[in-house]
Design a protein around this ligand. Structure first.
Ligand SMILES: [Zn+2]
Length: 330
């Protein structure tokens, strides 16, 4: 780990910018999920993916002031060698489709003039329910039960916080290979057995189609994050195609616009996409797809496997992640 003072000195010296220029043009695609006034209130469901409003605002101010925010279309044209990039180009993206993207993040983005892309989990918007890993996390963290039987009949202890976390992660490893109604049935079974279902009101944490539409009206881009948030690398071909195609068609029906961008979910297990996944996304008609692989995007990278830069809690952390990623020093 490089310490804060050293990081600031490295940024201040211009050495990273010099390295970045030598490496040629690149774009950093940032990955966000949720932005909330009090992120700790949702830890039992969303885990640690929510960022505070204040931190998000200062990060967006840094982007607007010190970098060049562009949209995912321009990043796509750059990797396909159909267009150029400004220096220090960044793209802001959001996964999952939380209501706070519309209510909290969009006003900040609009104010500082940063365009963003929002990838929506279609079933979660349709049914107004949280993505399944959040539902399961809540069930395992809050259940009064002392043990749980998994789908092959193995018994798991829920006595301590550590046991619960271990059981939750193991359940995720099993469930992420499922999709559609089978996945929903298994998650529902676990919620019932654990007698710990998220209250229906938490559905309000997911956007409505009207809100998704409003993002587009404000000049932002929306894309698909599948129907049911499975691990695409472990699905049967039929399920994979359904996640790619049906989510695209459903979004197009509701929004009346063409959907050309995709984000591969990353629930448990590695990898979360394969060459087959990227070939099928192309076949489904997507122009770009983002992954959770870490790094910046360089010319002639595959537009269906774009890397992203991981989130951080502070504006200084963001500046360091971007400067070091552009310099190829990560
Ligand atoms: Zn996701």
């Amino acid at each position: 780990m490089v310490k804060g003072l050293v990081k600031n000195a490295l940024i201040g010296s211009g050495a990273l910018r010099w390295l970045a220029r030598r490496r040629g043009k690149s774009v950093a695609i940032l990955m966000y999920h949720s932005v909330l006034e009090e992120p700790t209130r949702v830890t039992d469901s969303l885990g640690g993916i929510a960022l505070s409003t204040q931190a998000f605002q200062s990060q967006m101010e840094v982007l607007a002031r010190e970098f060049h925010p562009i949209d995912i279309e321009q990043a796509g044209r750059f990797v396909r060698e159909e267009g150029e990039l400004p220096e220090r180009a960044v793209v802001v993206t959001f996964d999952d489709g939380y209501t706070d993207n519309y209510e909290v993040a969009m006003p900040i983005l609009n104010r500082v003039g940063v365009p963003a892309t929002f990838y929506v989990t279609v079933d979660c918007v349709e049914r107004r329910s949280l993505p399944w890993p959040s539902r399961l996390r809540f069930a395992f963290r809050t259940t009064g039960k002392k043990m749980w039987l998994d789908e092959v009949g193995k018994s798991w202890s829920l006595s301590s916080v550590e046991d619960r976390e271990k059981t939750y992660l193991s359940a995720c490893d099993q469930f992420c290979k499922l999709a559609g109604p089978t996945l929903e049935a298994e998650v529902g079974r676990a919620e019932n057995e654990l007698e710990a279902k998220l209250p229906d009101t938490t559905g309000q944490l997911m956007m409505t189609w009207e809100q998704v539409k409003a993002l587009e009206k404000n000049g932002h881009i929306v894309g698909s994050h599948t129907m049911t948030h499975p691990n695409l690398a472990f699905l049967k071909l039929e399920d994979l195609r359904n996640e790619l195609n049906t989510s695209k068609q459903t979004m197009e029906k509701h929004l009346g616009t063409s959907i050309g961008h995709f984000s591969y979910p990353c629930p448990a297990l590695f990898p979360n996409w394969t060459q087959q996944t990227t070939e099928e996304s192309k076949r489904a008609g997507y122009r770009t797809a983002v992954t959770t692989n870490d790094g910046v995007v360089r010319k002639s990278d595959n537009p269906l496997e774009l890397k992203r830069v991981r989130p951080t809690r502070t504006a200084d952390g963001l500046r360091w992640n971007l400067e070091s990623s552009f310099a190829g020093a990560v």
